[in-house]
Design a protein around this ligand. Structure first.
Ligand code: DOR
Ligand code: ZN
Ligand code: ZN
Length: 444
């Protein structure tokens, strides 16, 4: 089966392409990207026409992308699939379906499952299951510590050999600096990125939201900004000392951004990611006590959101990732203090970013796409991903930047619905998601 995508505005930040072009896909790869791909005139580029291929045999599906944006498949390097262990909240099948709907063709899954992904056998299970039932590519992230306990190193060599593309104890920080140092040394040996969840537990203990005026007013225990920044500082110093590549997850505070900016300026290999929710919501959202505003790190102050937006725009923050964290309704429907941390994000991320950054002219489309494709592929060294150059994997997302839609409470591919954006009107979404040349999501 071949695909011919005609007439769309093709944006490929990796190759600097931004033009109206046709794309020909064959055998799961990009074959040609050109002004008018040979033969694309046959029968005219009508929607879903199926003219014969060059040999008169192979079927070609022609997709008319006029008025749409064609980009490399989006990559979300921070997703929690709950399989194995909490398949009631998310499975590899449902999580990858949510990704496909959101325009993501590749996702990285964090290891805080049950059992945790701290051995090659769990990594292999995830990869096998993804191959069987996954709609999109799944790249596992392995544990830093054995059992996710923060005491002994996991078998990092085995995890890397089994296919883990990064190391993290996400959900928890690695409090022991010596252990983090060793993890970084091993990560360097196996050429793999360390992706810490930066939080000093002695500072954050018992906190459920950002520490500030709102937490005082609401009488909820706060998590100070310093709880994150202290760890970001430590891990930057350790990365500088060991030479390890460091990627700081879900950056939320002004202080962390300053540390990352300074470290990058002096040549430390550190990158940072921001989630749509930390870029858009402030701690004011907690006032209604909805537990869908509870996540870790918490929603911060308006000043932090401004600093995070500036960092996304100036490139200090290179990545947008969701931290998609499904939780069962019966667990979220609790008092704020007792509800689990985390919200889903795969199906709303693109709409939110287009609405809040593209339609407000804060970020041009190529800059947004770079932070969702080229940059994660580069940081994780994902071969043939994040670009549309001939020879790359045919992972492609087609966007309608102007389509308006409403986030409905009961309309999710995810098994969970813990989103603070229910009821929001968004502008822009993925209309077609293609993985290895196969259409895995298309709006009717
Ligand atoms: O909000 C969060 N949820 N933060 C984390 O670090 C973990 C995640 C989860 O697994 O639910
Ligand atoms: Zn985390
Ligand atoms: Zn996470």
């Amino acid at each position: 089966m071949r695909l011919l995508i005609t007439g769309g505005r093709v944006i490929d930040p990796a190759s600097g392409v931004d033009a109206t072009l046709d794309i020909l896909v064959e055998d799961g790869q990009i074959l040609q990207v050109d002004k008018r791909v040979q033969g694309s005139g046959s029968g005219g580029p009508g929607k879903n026409k199926k003219p014969a291929g060059r040999d008169g045999q192979t079927e070609i599906r022609v997709i008319d992308a006029t008025g749409k944006i064609v980009v490399p498949g989006l990559i979300d390097m921070h997703v929690h699939l709950r399989e194995p262990g909490r398949e009631d909240e998310e499975t590899i099948a449902s999580g990858t379906a949510a990704a496909a709907r959101g325009g993501f063709t590749s996702i990285c899954c964090m290891p805080n499952t049950d059992p945790v992904n701290d051995t090659a056998s769990v990594t292999e299970y995830i990869l096998e299951q993804a191959k069987k039932v996954g709609r999109v590519n799944v790249f596992p992230i392995g544990c830093i510590s054995r059992g996710h306990h923060g005491e002994q190193l996991a078998d990092i060599g085995d995890l890397a050999a089994a296919g883990c593309v990064g190391l993290s104890d996400d959900g928890k920080p690695v409090m022991n600096a010596e252990l983090m140092r060793r993890a970084m040394e091993y990560a360097t040996m196996f050429d793999i990125t360390v992706i810490p969840h930066c939080e000093d537990l002695t500072l954050s203990e018992g906190g459920v939201m950002h520490e500030g005026r709102v937490s005082t007013k609401l009488g909820l225990k706060g998590i100070p900004s310093a709880a994150e920044a202290v760890m970001v500082g430590r891990d930057i110093l350790l990365s500088e000392y060991t030479g390890a590549r460091l990627h700081v997850c879900h950056v939320s505070t002004t202080e962390s951004i300053c540390l990352i900016r300074e470290a990058r300026a002096r040549g430390v290999q550190v990158s940072g990611e921001a989630t749509p929710h930390h870029l858009i919501l402030t701690d004011e959202a907690v006032r209604g006590f909805s537990t869908n505003t509870k996540m870790n790190p918490p929603l911060r102050s308006a000043e932090d959101v401004t600093a995070l937006r500036e960092a996304l725009i100036d490139g200090t923050i290179e990545i947008i990732a969701t931290d998609h964290a499904p939780h069962a309704s019966f667990e979220k429907e609790m008092e704020y203090d007792y509800a689990p941390f985390g919200i889903i994000g795969l199906e709303t991320a693109l709409g939110l970013i287009l609405t809040e950054f593209y339609h407000t002219r804060l970020l041009a489309l190529p800059m947004i796409i770079e932070r969702l494709t080229t940059n994660p592929a580069r940081i994780l060294k994902l071969k043939h991903k994040g670009t549309l150059v001939p020879g790359a994997d045919a992972d492609i997302t087609i966007l309608d930047p102007d389509q308006e839609w409403i986030v409905e409470e009961n309309d999710w591919q995810s098994k969970s619905k813990n989103s603070p954006f229910i009821g929001w009107k968004l502008k822009g979404r993925a209309v077609m998601t293609i993985v290895a040349g196969q259409v895995v999501w298309e709006t009717s």
